[in-house]
Design a protein around this ligand. Structure first.
Ligand SMILES: NC(=O)C1=CN([C@@H]2O[C@H](COP(=O)(O)OP(=O)(O)OC[C@H]3O[C@@H](n4cnc5c(N)ncnc54)[C@H](O)[C@@H]3O)[C@@H](O)[C@H]2O)C=CC1
Ligand SMILES: O=C(CO)[C@H](O)[C@H](O)COP(=O)(O)O
Length: 302
């Protein structure tokens, strides 16, 4: 099928490439003209503007947004909306706040799918895990596209009505924070404990059959291999935090205790208040893990 991809950054470019590899035709647009030119060299049909992207697509139009959450999503929808009708489908593949997705779905004529996406740029080859909310007909119509961008048919599903995709992804990220903090605390104890340990070897051993093996633990192994046993100059400064904040706010509203997720979020805030120094090993590992899966910039010690 023909799909427009709006936003060709770290994640959008992977969405566009995997759609093409799956046999779909992709028209791409990004506010950065160099990004569009680079995509065009690799076979993505370039668009000069959002109206141009909409006009290049035949009806019914399918447009996948992969732009930063917040104002860029509203700005893109404002420009798109005059070119859309109720047969068209817009997918928001970013980390948008679920209540914003519900509002946006009500404000545009096209069907709206909120698609929480996990795996990060490091999963370009394997494909993503995708949690989709929105009308069933729109999800069903896009299954071939989701098959191509996800790890395959098992890598995506419809969670429920609009909002539910980003809601599930929000909670996913809260879990992500807590897992990173838990691995970090364990390695901090080992780094400061009784034995002179090779932490890459510990992570590799755990990743081969241990109860706590996981992709995040493979990324810990990679971090020790690439940065060294002491994580080199990786700073105690963990960026991000919006999805974890929303998770904690929702947990308070629902009266569900989430102390581990809150503590992991609080550790991030404290890392930023304490400066970019050597600090806590656990938080330095979390800083490096965000690069591992998300290609987020690693804060380094001065
Ligand atoms: N990097 C990651 O690990 C993951 C990111 N996400 C989410 O995916 C979304 C995109 O993230 P990334 O690709 O990492 O960001 P990015 O910063 O690498 O790419 C965003 C792209 O959108 C473009 N852009 C901004 N406003 C635009 C507009 N109005 N029209 C067209 N293009 C526009 C920018 O020029 C940039 O190329 C965000 O919501 C992010 O939270 C979701 C899962 C994983
Ligand atoms: O969604 C993601 C991974 O699943 C993104 O990498 C997101 O940026 C992670 O959240 P934060 O930036 O708050 O660490």
């Amino acid at each position: 099928m023909e799909i427009g991809v709006l936003g060709l950054g770290r994640m959008g470019r992977i969405v566009a490439d995997r759609l093409r590899e799956g046999g779909h035709e992709v028209v791409g647009y990004d506010v950065d003209p160099d990004t569009v030119a680079a995509a065009a060299e690799d076979g993505i049909t370039p668009a000069e503007s959002i109206p141009d992207l909409a006009q290049q697509l035949s009806a019914p139009k399918r447009i996948w947004l992969v732009v930063p959450s917040g104002d860029p999503v509203d700005a893109a929808l404002d420009e798109l909306d005059p070119h859309l009708d109720e047969e068209d489908i817009v997918i928001d593949g970013g980390n948008s706040y679920f209540e914003h997705s519900i509002r946006r779905a009500e404000s545009i004529d096209a069907a709206y799918l909120d698609c929480g996406t996990s795996g990060g740029p490091a999963s370009a080859e394997a494909g993503f895990s995708m949690m989709v909310g929105g009308p069933e007909w729109a999800y069903e119509g896009l299954v071939p596209a989701f098959d191509a961008v996800a790890t395959g048919p098992a890598g995506h599903d419809r969670m429920g009505p609009v909002g539910s995709g980003h809601y599930v992804k929000m909670v996913h990220n809260g879990v992500e924070y807590a897992l990173m903090q838990a691995y970090g605390e364990g390695f901090e104890l080992l780094a400061n404990g009784r034995y002179d340990l090779d932490l890459e070897a510990v992570a590799r051993t755990w990743n081969n059959g241990a109860v706590i093996r996981s992709w995040l633990l493979e990324l810990c192994e990679e971090a020790f291999r690439e940065e060294g046993n002491d994580l080199g100059d990786v700073a105690d400064h963990v960026a991000g935090g919006s999805t974890g904040t929303w998770t904690v706010q929702e947990a308070l509203e629902q009266e569900v205790p989430v102390p581990l997720i809150y503590q992991a979020l609080a550790e991030r805030f404290d890392s930023r208040a304490s400066g970019d120094g050597e600090g806590r090993f656990a938080r330095r590992l979390a800083n490096r893990l965000r690069y591992g899966f998300g290609r987020h910039e690693v804060a380094r010690q001065d």
